[in-house]
Write a protein of this length. Structure first.
Length: 493
């Protein structure tokens, strides 16, 4: 479907009646048709797990469609900046990683292009440094650089603002606004998308179709709202006519004789009108409101931070602090990408942070931005039962399934391996685990990453109401503004 006026330019991507099935019974897209024209900057939107990243794989021919035709201009150089760096690449140096991206290129040419592209993404990165030693925000810049270094005609960006601080997002936005080539970007960040996109491809999780719109995110929301209102009004009028014909049919049927023929015609007319009702566009589902229970049996629990370590110009510096957390107190840790926020809270979660003391017996719920606390070989159900056994010792099947359903984890997903889920679905699994875990200390590292924007108010509400000790790292001010924060630790000051 295509809404709004689009200026005709050279078509570089064309999907014609394309379907893709994952396995034998899971349709991701169904007879989808759309096109992208040269120089366009398009947002690809949809619910977590709808299949947005799958669409990128179809464009790059990493996978083949079940049916239909995909035409991508053969002259195009296509490069993808993925959501996360592959685990197998984490032990590579910066130089080795970019050498792998470019393939067979002379060392001096690699150095020239690498120096240039790192400047573009505003990252100072020693080329002998191991990838996994960079922060999440720095890794996000490396992912973007790995695509840009290929000098692509078509740039595919999968959640590029994840882990980026305000400076990083501003830098990326300015770059894309001035970028002269074609871009398709997956993102849940409305402000970011509104700054540079001129079209939206909306993957409907219910119909498995792509709806194509002109304009930015705000324009699309307005168009969808008007369309739903129009469809509902049209159906209301139809409903009135249907009921009138049903009433007349019943009236004439009771008269008997020839009036029964009139009643039959009225009934048939009502059935015809029923079939002509339009299918009102359904909006993506939102997770249910939820509460993260607090660990029971703790007395006078506390956490004290008297010093911490940060990174400055790739060197460690220890700074003094005076932070004292008790039950129902929330701490936010702030600082630019690369200063050491994730390193600090990981050491807190693992109980090895220097300059930190904590009461014994506290159960820690740790939400990591890379989801490495999850075993990707477990099914979702196995992951839930493990955390319930560790917490309560007893498995209540109905409770597990109820919590899962609240996070849109249906029977379709609960026996899937975690590694097969989208990044957004892994995030919802992580929140469900926190509900089942009942932590005494909640530690969250960029919990908005990959999560559909519709879910964020519910998540913020649950975090704000959490009655245990909480430590939060987030670069999203709109999200943080909805959460009760009692104290802030600025690692830069």
């Amino acid at each position: 479907m295509e809404y709004g006026k689009i200026v005709l330019l050279e078509t570089i991507i064309k999907f014609s009646q394309v379907s893709f099935d994952f396995g034998h019974d899971k349709t991701i897209i169904d007879e989808v048709s759309f096109s992208v024209r040269k120089g366009m900057k398009v947002a690809l939107m949809g619910q977590n797990g709808a299949g947005k990243s799958t669409l990128f794989k179809l464009i790059t021919k990493a996978i083949e469609p079940t049916s239909g035709e995909i035409s991508v201009d053969k002259r195009l150089i296509v490069a993808t900046a993925h959501q996360v760096i592959a685990p197998s690449d984490m032990t590579l140096t910066v130089e080795e990683y970019f050498q792998k991206c470019l393939g067979d290129v002379e060392p001096h040419e690699l150095q020239r292009r690498l120096s240039s592209v790192l400047a573009v993404v505003n990252l100072k990165a020693p080329q002998d440094k191991i990838i996994k030693s960079f922060s999440g925000g720095q890794q996000a810049r490396i992912l973007l650089a790995s695509a840009l270094i290929q000098d692509p005609d078509l740039l595919l960006l999968d959640e590029p603002t994840n882990n980026l601080d305000h400076t990083g997002i501003s830098h990326l936005t300015d770059f894309l606004m001035n970028y002269k080539k074609s871009v398709v970007v997956i993102s849940h960040d409305a402000n970011f998308l509104n700054a540079f996109t001129e079209g939206v491809l909306y993957l409907d999780n219910f119909t498995k179709k792509i709806e194509q719109y002109a304009g930015n995110y705000n324009d699309v929301v307005e168009q969808i709202a008007l369309r739903i209102e129009r469809e509902q009004r049209q159906n209301a009028q139809m409903e009135k006519g249907i009921q009138e014909n049903k009433d007349k049919s019943n009236f004439f049927a009771n008269k008997g004789g020839k009036m029964r023929l009139v009643a039959k015609k009225m009934r048939e007319k009502a059935e015809k009108m029923e079939s002509e009702k339009v299918a009102v566009r359904r909006e993506d589902k939102t997770i249910r409101p939820f509460i993260i229970p607090t660990q029971e049996g703790l007395v006078n629990e506390h956490l004290k931070i008297s010093s911490f370590t940060v990174m400055k110009d790739h060197h460690e510096i220890t700074k003094p602090a005076s932070i004292f957390l008790v039950k129902n107190k929330h701490l936010r840790i702030i600082g630019p990408n690369g200063i050491g926020k994730s390193t600090l809270i990981e050491s807190l979660a693992n109980g090895i942070a220097k300059g930190v003391s904590m009461s014994s017996g506290i159960r820690i719920g740790y939400y990591r931005q890379d989801f490495s606390t999850l075993d990707f070989n477990d099914t979702v159900y196995e992951s839930f039962t493990k955390v319930v056994k560790e917490t309560d010792g007893t498995i209540y099947e109905q409770h597990i399934r109820s919590v899962a359903a609240g996070f849109l984890i249906t029977s379709e997903h609960i026996y899937s391996k975690i590694g097969s889920l989208s990044e957004g679905q892994k995030g919802l699994v992580s929140f469900a685990r926190l509900v089942l875990q009942k932590p005494g200390l909640l530690i969250l590292d960029e919990p908005t990453n990959h999560i559909n924007f519709r879910h964020l108010p519910r998540i913020a509400e649950a975090l704000s109401a959490y009655q245990g000790m909480m430590i939060l790292v987030s670069h999203v001010p709109e999200f943080v503004s909805q959460i009760r924060i009692d104290e802030v630790l600025d690692l830069e000051k």
